[in-house]
Design a protein around this ligand. Sequence first.
Ligand code: NAG
Ligand code: NAG
Ligand code: NAG
Ligand code: NAG
Ligand code: NAG
Ligand code: NAG
Ligand code: NAG
Ligand code: NAG
Ligand code: NAG
Ligand code: NAG
Ligand code: NAG
Ligand code: NAG
Length: 696
Amino acid sequence: MMAMIRSILLLLLIKYSVVYTNNLCPSSCKCTENSATCTSTNFTRFEGLILTLKISKPNDPITIKGQIFNVSGLQHLNSISIEHASVFAIDETALKPLQSLSSLSFINSTIPIFNNSNVFAAIPKLRMLQLTDCALRKFDFVKSNSLEELNLSQNQIVNISQNTFLNVPYLTFINLDNNLVSSIHPNAFAQLPNLQDVTLAYNNISNIPRDLFQNNTEIISINLSNNPLKEVYFNLDADLEKLVLRSCQLQTFTENFAKNLISLNYLDLSNNSVKLPSGLFDKMEELIFIDLSRNNLTNLDPFTFQLNIRLQKIILDYNNFGEFPELKSQSNFPTENFSCKQCGIVQIARDAFKHFPFLITLDLSYNKIGDSSLAIFQQLQSLTKLDLSYNSILRIPPSTFVNSQALTTINLAGNPLKSIDTRIFQHNPYLKTLDVSFCGLQQIWQQPIKANLNSLLHLYIANNSLTSISTRDLQVIPFLQELDVSKNPLHCDEVLHNATSWLIKHNVEPSRNSLKWKTHEELNTDEKHEKTESSWKFLIKERCLDEYYFDTLEDDEEEIDTFDSADKGNSSTFDDNDIENSEEDDEYDDCDDNLCASILFKTGQKSDSPLLEMVLIFIATALSVLLLVVNIFLYFYRRKLITCIIKVPHVKIPWLNSNNRHKHSGSVYQPLSEEKLESTSMVSDVVPPHIPVLGV
Ligand SMILES: *[C@@H]1O[C@H](CO)[C@@H](O)[C@H](O)[C@H]1NC(C)=O
Ligand SMILES: *[C@@H]1O[C@H](CO)[C@@H](O)[C@H](O)[C@H]1NC(C)=O
Ligand SMILES: *[C@@H]1O[C@H](CO)[C@@H](O)[C@H](O)[C@H]1NC(C)=O
Ligand SMILES: *[C@@H]1O[C@H](CO)[C@@H](O)[C@H](O)[C@H]1NC(C)=O
Ligand SMILES: *[C@@H]1O[C@H](CO)[C@@H](O)[C@H](O)[C@H]1NC(C)=O
Ligand SMILES: *[C@@H]1O[C@H](CO)[C@@H](O)[C@H](O)[C@H]1NC(C)=O
Ligand SMILES: *[C@@H]1O[C@H](CO)[C@@H](O)[C@H](O)[C@H]1NC(C)=O
Ligand SMILES: *[C@@H]1O[C@H](CO)[C@@H](O)[C@H](O)[C@H]1NC(C)=O
Ligand SMILES: *[C@@H]1O[C@H](CO)[C@@H](O)[C@H](O)[C@H]1NC(C)=O
Ligand SMILES: *[C@@H]1O[C@H](CO)[C@@H](O)[C@H](O)[C@H]1NC(C)=O
Ligand SMILES: *[C@@H]1O[C@H](CO)[C@@H](O)[C@H](O)[C@H]1NC(C)=O
Ligand SMILES: *[C@@H]1O[C@H](CO)[C@@H](O)[C@H](O)[C@H]1NC(C)=O
C-alpha cells in the first residue's frame, strides 16, 4: 500500500517536473516550440532553443542595448520582430551576439534616428530588414554587407538620395511603397548591381531620372503604380520582365520606350490615359499579361497584339471601344483569359476571337452587346466560363454554344430575355451554373420544352417576373442543387406548393446569393451576402404567408384550421422568430397589381414605435374584419353565381407603401387571381403575423 502511494507520488513528481521544465519561459513571454512572443525585454533565459522572437505591444519603451540578447536560448535566433513598440535606442553592441539572425523587423514602432550607420553591420548574416509603418523620414548610409531585402514601406521618406543605398551593395529587393518620395537621385540605385525588384508604388514621384536603372543589369521588376508620372521613359540595360504603371496619370506610353522592353512579360498600364499607336507592343514578344483597363480608349486596332503571341491574359475593361474588331495575328493566340467588361461594345466582329481558340474565361459584361454579336462563340471551343451579364441580349439562337462544349458557367443576368430555350444548352454537357437573374423573365423555359439540362447544379433566377414555377419546370433540371428564386412575384398556388415539395424532395438548397463573378478585379463593394435560408418551407412561408399552402407540406409542425385562425385573429402559426429572420429588403416593390396575387403581409422588422404598432394593429384588425366580411359576402355570392368570375379589387394601404423601403415594417397585398378565389381559406391570410396582440 505504502509502495503504491509512494510510486504515485513519484509519478506526480516526475510529471510535475516535466511540466515545469516545459514551462520555463520568462513570465512576460509565451513560448511554443522554437518561438517566443514577449511583452517585455526583461527576459534572462529561455529553456530550449528559440529561433523566432517577437516583441509585441510592450508596456514600456524598449532599449536595445547591453546584453539584452546575450541570453541563454537566444544564441541561434533567426528572426526578431518588434511590433507596436517605442524603441528608445538601438545599440550596435547589443546586436553583436545575434550571429545567426537573418531577419529583423520593426513594425509600427517609433524608432530612433540611425545616426550610427554601423548599427546593422554588427549582424553578420542579416538578409532581411523591415522598417515599416515607423514614421521613418530618412534612411541614409546604413551599412550592411549581407542585406538583400529591404522593406521601408509605409514611412515618410521624401528623398531617395545618392547615399540612401550606398552601403548596402547586395540588395536585391527594395520596397518603398506608401512613402512621400518625390525626388530620386539619378544614382540612387547605381551601386546596386544585384538589384532585381523595386517597388515605389503610392509615392509622389513625377520624374524618373533617365539613367536611374542604367547600372542595374539584373533588374526584373519595377512597380511605379500610383505616382503622378504623367510620362515615363528610362534607359534599361536589363531584361525587365514586369512593369507596373497603374494609375500614373500617363498621357502617353511611347514607342521609343516600348521598343526597349523586349523581355517584358507583365505590363500593367491600367487607369491612365495612354493612346495606343499602332505597333506599340510589337517588340514585346514575350508579353504574357497585359492590362489596359481604364484608359478611355475609343479605338482598338485589329493589329494591336499581332506579334504578342504569348499573351495568356488580356484585360481591356472600362474603355469605350464601340466596335470590337477581329484581333489579327499570323498564328493563334494562346490566351486563356480575356476581359472587356464595360468597354462600350455595341458590336463585335464575327471573327473577333477567330485567333483565340484557347480562351477559357471571357468577360464581356456591362456592354451593349445584342443578339447579332452572338456568332462569335462558334469559334470559342475551349470556353469554360462566360460572363455576358448586363448586355442587350433579347434572344439567344439555339446554335450559339454548339461549339463551346466545355462551358460550365454562364452569366446572362441583366439581359432583356423573355425565357430560356433549353436547346441553347443542349450541347453543353458540363454546364453547371446558369445565372439569368434580373432578366425580366416571365417564364423560365421557352415552351414547348425541348430538352433537359441534366448537368445543371446551380440556377439563379432571382429578380425576374416569374409568377409561377411548376414541377414540370423543375423536371427540366433534375439534378439541381441550388436555386435562387427570390424577388419574383410568385403566385402562392398549388403549382408552387407542388414545386416546393419537389424541391424539398430533391434536397435543393435555396439561395439568395446570385453568382458572384470573381474577376481580376474583385469588387468588394457590395459583397453584402444575403443570408441563406434553411428551408424551402420557410421561403414559401415568407413568400406567401399563407398557411393553407404550406401546412400540407410534409412534416409541417402545426395543424392549422385556416378559417378559424382568421376568425379569432389567431396568428400563432407564425412564430416571431421566423418573421424576424426574413430579409428586410424583401418587399417586392415593382410587383404590379396583376402579379401580386397572393395575400401577403410581409414584415421586415418589428416597428420600433409603440404608437405605430398600435396604429398598425388597429388597421390590421380593421382590415381583417373588413376582409372577413368581404369574404363571407363573396363566399355566399360565389355560391350563387358559381359560373361568374369575380375579381376582388386590389387593395394597398397607401401610407405603408409610400414609406421608406428600408424602414417600413410591412406592406399589404390583396388577392386578385382566380385561384385565390377558389380557396375558401383565403380569409386567414390577412392576419398580420408579427403582431402578438392579435393572437389572443
Ligand atoms: C518583466 O516585466 C513584467 C512587466 O513588464 C513583469 O511582470 C515581470 O515580472 C518581469 N520579469 C522579470 C523576470 O523581471
Ligand atoms: C555574452 O555574455 C557572456 C557572459 O554571460 C560574455 O562572456 C560574452 O562575452 C557575451 N557575449 C557578447 C557577444 O557580448
Ligand atoms: C501605428 O499604427 C497606428 C494605426 O495605423 C498609427 O496611428 C500609428 O501612427 C502607428 N505608429 C507609428 C509609430 O507609426
Ligand atoms: C545618436 O543620437 C543619440 C541621440 O538620439 C545620441 O545620444 C548618440 O550619441 C548619437 N550617436 C552618434 C554615434 O552620433
Ligand atoms: C513589407 O512591408 C509591408 C508593410 O508592412 C508588408 O505588407 C509586406 O508584406 C512586406 N514585405 C514585402 C516583401 O514587401
Ligand atoms: C530633399 O532633397 C532636396 C534637394 O534635393 C532638399 O532641398 C530637401 O530638403 C530634401 N528633403 C528632405 C526631407 O530631406
Ligand atoms: C555602375 O556600376 C559599376 C560597377 O558595378 C561602378 O563601377 C560604377 O561606378 C557604377 N556607376 C555609377 C554611376 O555609380
Ligand atoms: C504594385 O504595388 C502595389 C502597391 O504595393 C501593389 O498593390 C501591386 O500589387 C503591385 N503590383 C504588382 C504587379 O506587383
Ligand atoms: C508632391 O510633390 C509636389 C512637387 O513635386 C509637391 O508640390 C506636393 O506637395 C507633394 N505632395 C505631397 C503629398 O507630398
Ligand atoms: C485612377 O487613378 C486616379 C489618379 O490618377 C486615382 O485617383 C483613382 O483612384 C484611380 N482609380 C482606380 C480605379 O484605380
Ligand atoms: C474620355 O473620352 C471622352 C471623349 O473621347 C471625354 O469626353 C472624357 O472626358 C474622357 N474621360 C476621361 C476620364 O478622360
Ligand atoms: C399537385 O400534386 C398533387 C399530388 O401529387 C396532384 O394531385 C395535383 O394535381 C398537383 N397540382 C398541380 C396544380 O399540379
